[in-house]
Design a protein around this ligand. Sequence first.
Ligand SMILES: C[S@@+](CC[C@H](N)C(=O)[O-])C[C@H]1O[C@@H](n2cnc3c(N)ncnc32)[C@H](O)[C@@H]1O
Length: 247
Amino acid sequence: MIAQNAHYNEKMASVYEQMYPIGFDTDAALEFLATLAEPGARVLELGVGTGRIAVPMAERGYRVFGVDASESMIAKLAERDSKGEVTVELGDFTQPGLDMGGDFPLVTLVLNTFFVAVSREAQLNCLRNVRDQLAPGGRFVLEAFDPSPYHVLTKPDLSMRFLGENAIMLDTLMVDRSQQLMVATHTILDGGAPQTTQHVLRYAFPQEIDLLAELAGLRLVERTAGWRKEPFTALSPRHVSVFERAE
Ligand SMILES: C[S@@+](CC[C@H](N)C(=O)[O-])C[C@H]1O[C@@H](n2cnc3c(N)ncnc32)[C@H](O)[C@@H]1O
């Protein structure tokens, strides 16, 4: 299996902002997060990436800390964060013992990033790290897709994304439901030689996430279908779930 972070290489980092352009649900996410912590509060984002959420949060007065396993993504964040307001560390949130200072009133893990932990043990490690970094009474926000439509795929799913006037991305998804694994392949076509990267996700159903969270000492507080607090139903393609420490 391919090393999970090889995917977020320089090329992917260079097109990441076109994949999720400004305005892509980000404003709604910022509004949602603002209901959970006041400006001035310390916020930790796991898999902070190019700072799509972290940089505007810092601009709104939060003291933002981020961890990411990709040097290329961190370099892009630094370009966006010209005032150096976000404190970023290179690290792996699936390894036990992540220490970003602890006592955070808000910890976030958005855009399906939980699923980069490709085993149940790695997902549990991640949630234990969250639990240890969270302040009593603090909130942990996890945004992920509901895997139900993917879990039944029996052949590769192909789709295409617009990256800009002269660039598209071809995405293929293959699923091994016996292991809840999904292999996503992204090919960038921008006039140069096509470049393909692949990454593996271990998807988990919301109820399994709740159980893993419970094992890690967290408790579900609220689940909605998105950042605008749409009700979560059997047909919701994704969820935004809020947890707290269980004690
Ligand atoms: C889908 S991107 C999300 C980025 C950002 N949170 C956002 O919302 O735009 C996932 C990020 O997680 C990082 N990542 C993947 N595996 C990781 C790990 N084990 N530990 C830390 N970061 C990881 C990737 O490098 C990438 O920047």
